[in-house]
Design a protein around this ligand. Structure first.
Ligand code: HEC
Ligand code: HEC
Length: 205
C-alpha cells in the first residue's frame, strides 16, 4: 500500500505539468506514512478514547429507553414512546394506576412483548432525569461524572453502578426479542475500570 503510494508519487513528480503543489502534498503524506510509528503517549484526546471505548453501551436503546428526552420511557430499538401513555410520574415510578411495577416485575417475564423486569424498574426522578439523549460523548462523560446530575455519586460509586447495578445489568439480559447491549459484560467492566484508573478522562471534543 505505502510503497505503491510512493511509486505513484514519484510518477506524478516526473510529470512536470500544472498542479505540482498539490502533488507535493500527496508526496509529503506518502513520506509521512513511512515515518516510524510514534508510541502512544496518552495525550488528552487519546485518554478520551478510554471513554468512547465503552460509550456504545450507554448509547444503546436498552439504556437510552430510560435515559432519553421526554417525560416517559421508550420501547424497542427505535426508542418509540412507551405504549399506554406511561409517564415518569412524580418520582420516576409512574403515575397512579400506571406504576411501572404494576407490569414490570423484578425479572423478565417469559414471552415476546411481555414486560421486561429488574429490581427497582423505574425512570430517574423528574428533578434529576439523567437524560443522555442529544449529548456529545464529552457531555455524556461529564454528565455521568457530575454529582449534581448522577445523584451524588463519586467515581467509585459511579463505576460500581455502571458495572453492577441491576437495572444496568438488565441490558445484557433484556428478555425475549430484545437486542442486548453491544459489548460483553466482562469486556465492558474492564474498559470502565481502565477509564477509572486513568482518572475518568473525557474526550476533548
Ligand atoms: C400497563 C403495563 C406497563 C406499565 C404500567 C409500564 N410498562 Fe413498561 N413495558 C410494558 C410492556 C408490556 C413492555 C414490553 C413491550 C414490548 O416488548 O413490546 C414494556 C417495555 C418497557 C421498556 C422497553 C424496554 C426496551 O428496551 O425495549 C421500558 C424501558 C419500560 N417499559 C419502562 C417502563 C417504566 C419506566 C415504567 C413506569 C414509569 C413502565 N415501563 C410502566 C408494560 C408496562
Ligand atoms: C428501566 C429503566 C432503566 C434502564 C433500562 C437503565 N437505567 Fe440507568 N438509571 C435508571 C434510574 C432509575 C437511575 C437512577 C438510579 C439512582 O439514582 O439510584 C439510573 C441511573 C443511571 C446512572 C447513574 C446516573 C447517571 O446518569 O450518571 C448510570 C451511569 C446509568 N443509569 C447507566 C445505565 C446503563 C449503562 C444502562 C444500560 C446498560 C442503563 N442505565 C439502563 C433507570 C434505567
Amino acid at each position: 500500500m505505502r510503497l505503491s503510494r510512493m511509486v505513484i508519487c514519484f510518477a506524478l513528480m516526473s510529470l512536470a505539468v500544472p498542479g505540482v503543489l498539490g502533488r507535493l502534498g500527496f508526496c509529503r503524506a506518502a513520506a509521512a506514512a513511512h515515518a516510524p510509528v510514534v508510541p502512544d503517549t496518552g495525550t488528552a484526546s487519546d485518554e478520551g478514547a478510554l471513554f468512547t471505548a465503552f460509550a456504545p453501551v450507554l448509547r444503546h436503546p436498552r439504556c437510552m429507553n430510560c435515559h432519553s428526552q421526554g417525560d416517559y420511557p421508550r420501547q424497542g430499538d427505535d426508542g418509540h414512546p412507551h405504549t399506554m401513555n406511561v409517564r415518569r410520574g412524580p418520582v420516576g415510578f409512574g403515575v397512579t394506576a400506571e406504576k411501572c411495577n404494576t407490569c414490570h416485575q423484578d425479572h423478565n417475564l417469559v414471552g415476546a412483548h411481555l414486560p421486561p423486569g429488574a429490581p427497582g424498574w423505574r425512570l430517574p426522578p423528574p428533578a434529576m432525569p439523567m437524560i443522555w439523549e442529544g449529548l456529545t460523548d464529552t457531555q455524556l462523560c461529564q454528565s455521568i461524572k457530575d454529582p449534581k446530575q448522577n445523584r451524588n455519586r463519586n467515581l467509585d460509586q459511579l463505576v460500581e453502578h455502571l458495572t453492577e447495578d441491576k437495572l444496568v445489568m438488565w441490558g445484557w439480559n433484556p428478555g425475549e426479542g430484545r437486542t442486548p447491549v453491544p459489548i460483553p459484560h466482562d469486556e465492558f467492566t474492564a474498559k470502565v475500570k481502565r477509564w477509572q484508573a486513568a482518572g475518568a478522562p473525557c474526550p476533548a471534543k
